[in-house]
Design a binder for this molecule. Structure first.
Ligand SMILES: Cc1ncc(COP(=O)(O)O)c(C=O)c1O
Length: 348
């Protein structure tokens, strides 16, 4: 699968799902969902619930079939030849793919190893240019795990302030891994200056990729443009039920535990000679060196899915999800078997 996902029965550290599993209220809501009436496809109660959860009016919420549909709608409604698509890379490949499909001019500003600091100065400079632009930033970023400081987000939104009648000027903030990060600015704070839209996948947080649920937070005017290009009934009854029971937060105890697991993973990787980058997310980008692809292939033979990062333009890196200690122990055992001979085979 282009976006990862190991076969059933594997230890999958190649995808970034919530390590605490499906939240109980969501599991309950999904049991016995009705899907035999069109009324089951009415998203308004779920949208009201998500709006209250986010602290914004319901008119600012659009429920979608995953963040994937949200990004597709944004691209369809706003991108076209003559609009620049600015991308803070290395990052999730869909922004580029969708923008290129729409004929927009794609410009990627890339953060660099080893720390992959977000390229804020360069982004700000580009956003100050007065032409139509849709900028995609992922916060925290996939695959680097780096998040963007509150002040830097404000710099980016103010850079967009001048208007043009030749096309859109908008910052798309993909917050799909936001609940795993340290405190982020509230939705209301981020949306206040206008020209910002937030994209939130629920499939990661609810550990439910099979449900296909996410949402967009933005101005009612922008959401009307997205509704105008969407397919009818794109969000299924199970997604609506999951959204009605979801909350965009991880409780503080779980967050502390996640942070301890992330530290243990980083330490264990470092002890084994690998180089994890600083991360504010539920995964680590890890510099392996020329043996990265072989490492991933050998882990697969042991039924462990690790994400090789070549598709992000980082062939010497892998991405590893933060999982509970027992799963980390299995990963470390595999690495102890694989790593001693890795460099020989990758050079031969
Ligand atoms: C940054 C980012 N945004 C969006 C998505 C798509 O999420 P969904 O499963 O909700 O469509 C992904 C999936 O991996 C992702 O990593």
């Amino acid at each position: 699968m282009p976006h990862g996902g190991a076969p059933a029965g594997w230890l999958d550290v190649g995808v970034n799902l919530n390590p605490f599993g499906v939240p109980e209220p969501v599991r309950r809501a999904l049991t016995g969902v009705r899907f035999d009436r069109y009324a089951d496809l009415d998203p308004s109660a779920a949208a009201r619930h998500l709006a209250a959860d986010a602290g914004v009016p319901p008119s600012r919420v659009l429920l979608t079939a995953g963040a994937s549909e949200a990004l597709r709608l944004i691209a369809t409604a706003l991108l076209q030849p003559g609009v620049r698509a600015l991308i803070a890379g290395p990052t999730y490949g869909e922004y580029r793919r969708l923008a290129a499909q729409r004929g927009a001019a794609v410009e990627e500003l890339r953060a660099t190893a080893p720390a992959f600091d977000p390229p804020i100065d360069a982004l700000e400079r580009e956003l100050r240019r007065p032409d139509p632009v849709i900028a995609f930033i992922c916060d925290p970023n996939n695959p680097t795990g780096r998040s963007i400081a509150r002040g830097d987000l404000h710099r980016l939104t103010s850079a967009l302030e001048q208007s043009t009648d030749r096309g859109p000027r908008l910052l798309v903030v993909d917050q799909s891994f936001g609940p795993f990060a340290t405190a982020r600015p509230s939705a209301a704070e981020l949306l206040a200056p206008g020209r910002v839209v937030l994209v939130r996948s629920l499939t990661k947080l609810l550990s439910s990729p099979g449900v296909r649920v996410g949402y967009v937070l933005g101005s009612p005017r922008l959401l009307a443009r997205l509704r105008a290009v969407r397919d009818p009934w794109s969000v299924g009854a199970h997604a609506i039920a999951a959204a009605s029971a979801a909350s965009w937060t991880l409780d503080p105890a779980a967050k502390r535990e996640l942070s301890a697991w992330r530290q243990a993973l980083a330490d264990g990787l470092r002890t084994r000679g690998l180089r994890p980058c600083p991360s504010d997310a539920n995964y680590l980008l890890v510099e392996v060196g020329p043996g990265a692809e072989v490492l991933v292939a050998r882990a697969a033979r042991r039924r462990i899915g690790i994400r090789w990062c070549a598709s992000f333009g980082l062939p010497e890196h892998v991405r590893v999800a933060v999982r509970p200690p027992a799963e980390q122990a299995r990963l470390f055992d595999a690495l102890d078997a694989i790593l001693p001979t890795l460099m020989e085979s990758s050079c031969s």
